[in-house]
Design a protein. Structure first.
Length: 433
């Protein structure tokens, strides 16, 4: 917390009367920002201190907590709300717009310190939430720039965005009537890439890139970044889920072969041949499709049945498949001549995209993949509770700081709720206690 010297914020008995300010108290108290405060105060040195660094910083956090998209909205709230001024550390004088402009310009130079605050919060939460980081989900989010398009004039002037570029996402599927549909989303701006804990729906790692950045390429990068910045958290990870935008052989093999994290990544149909199945390399009567379903065929009748899942053998790197007739007591006329009646083992190397440590055709894979929606809910909170649907941000540096601060506020509020035994509300960003 950015401590305000010689000022009593409020006593514990007054918490209930503060109402919505309780949310801000949690953020200010549990935000590990002392290093940043010392750095910013050192940069000011002996300059005028009409608007103290700590008070300015606290008011910036307040603007995020209370969803003020612009500085002017924040200033109006400070002018109206005496309790908010007291908590932030101001007297009666409200900082003018130019004071915030200068402070934010200085703050943008301390991007690495903001990243350190985020990493520190991740470490502290991992100590109070025992399963935090075991089940991860990864996805990206389009964040349009406040500038509408790329300007030919690349001279920075604060109004145009010379860092952003154009991005495009394509969505395809089959509707209930069996008809194919396609949706294309284009925007000018950036991409926020997140790894979140799918159990607690809290961020673990983030990066911001231009809109054109490939999800697969950045996905490999942020996994390595998580290993470098959060080694203990990385060792704890067991499963990582992602949509088909991250379907990539190298990413899948890297997760399991190098990091022993089981990838649960949706797959695209990349097969060019007209057949819906392929023959398993060392079996004459076993085929598989691109979703990992394996079928055996009776040597006499040619009837096909889907083989059952027998689990993953980690030491051998193989998936076991069991004979369906033996398992369910079905009749198979060619059972005595069937070479796979005792079951088979399929090496992951048969097709690394299709065959993964968690069998794609298993209920476990579906259950794990359903957890991927956790990252979508985190993005929804960024839009709704942090104003990214209606922001006024231009430029890569401003966007990085704004995204980093929003995620830090999310983590600090969650940390405060858990430590103060409000665990059932740790994901709530708006609900007052």
């Amino acid at each position: 917390m950015a401590i305000i010297p010689q000022k009593k914020l409020f006593g514990w008995t007054e918490i209930q009367s503060l109402g919505d300010l309780e949310r801000l108290r949690l953020v200010l108290e549990y935000m590990p920002d002392e290093e940043l405060m010392v750095t910013l105060e050192g940069m000011r040195k002996n300059g005028r201190n009409d608007y103290p660094v700590r008070a300015m910083w606290n008011s910036i956090l307040a603007g995020i907590v209370f969803q003020h998209e612009t500085v002017e909205k924040l200033r109006r709230e400070l002018a109206r709300n005496g309790q908010l001024r007291l908590i932030c550390g101001f007297d009666e004088q409200i900082p003018p717009p130019w004071a915030y402009t200068r402070f934010l310009r200085t703050l943008m130079k301390e991007e690495l310190v903001v990243v350190k605050i985020f990493d520190r919060l991740v470490e502290e939460i991992s100590q109070v939430l025992p399963c935090y980081g075991k089940s991860l989900a990864m996805d990206s989010k389009a964040i349009p720039s406040f500038a509408k398009h790329k300007n030919k004039n690349q001279t920075p002037d604060g109004r145009r965005d010379i860092d952003a570029d154009y991005g495009k996402k394509e969505y395809r599927g089959i509707n209930k009537e069996g008809k194919a549909w396609e949706k294309v989303v284009k925007w000018f701006g950036y991409k926020l890439h997140l790894i979140v804990d799918s159990t607690y729906e809290l961020p673990v790692f983030f990066s911001l890139t231009k809109a054109s950045r490939s999800d697969v390429v950045e996905g490999r990068k942020i996994i390595e970044g998580l290993k470098e910045r959060q080694p203990e958290m990385f060792e704890r990870a067991e499963v990582i889920t992602a949509d088909r935008g991250y379907d990539d052989t190298k990413l899948i093999t890297t997760c399991w072969d190098e990091h022993r994290i089981k990838p649960v990544i949706d797959i695209r149909n990349m097969w060019q041949d007209p057949d819906k199945t392929r023959l398993l390399s060392d079996k004459e009567n076993v085929v598989y499709d691109y979703k990992g379903n394996v079928y055996c065929y009776c040597p006499l009748t040619g009837r096909g049945r889907q083989m059952l899942n027998g689990g993953f053998e980690k030491d051998r790197g193989t998936l076991k498949k069991l004979c369906p007739t033996k398992k369910f007591g079905l009749e198979c006329r060619g059972e005595s001549k069937c070479p796979v009646r005792q079951g088979i083992r399929i090496p992951l190397a048969e097709d690394r995209r299709v065959f993964t440590p968690i069998d794609r055709s298993s209920y476990k894979w579906k259950a794990e993949y359903n957890k991927r929606t956790a990252v979508e809910r985190v993005y929804s909170r960024l839009d709704v509770s942090f104003g990214f649907e209606l922001h006024t941000i231009r430029g890569m540096q401003k966007m990085k700081i704004r995204c980093g601060l929003a995620l830090c506020v999310m983590l600090a509020m969650a940390l405060g709720r858990v430590k103060e035994k409000q665990g059932e509300n740790y994901c709530s960003l708006v609900k007052a206690v």
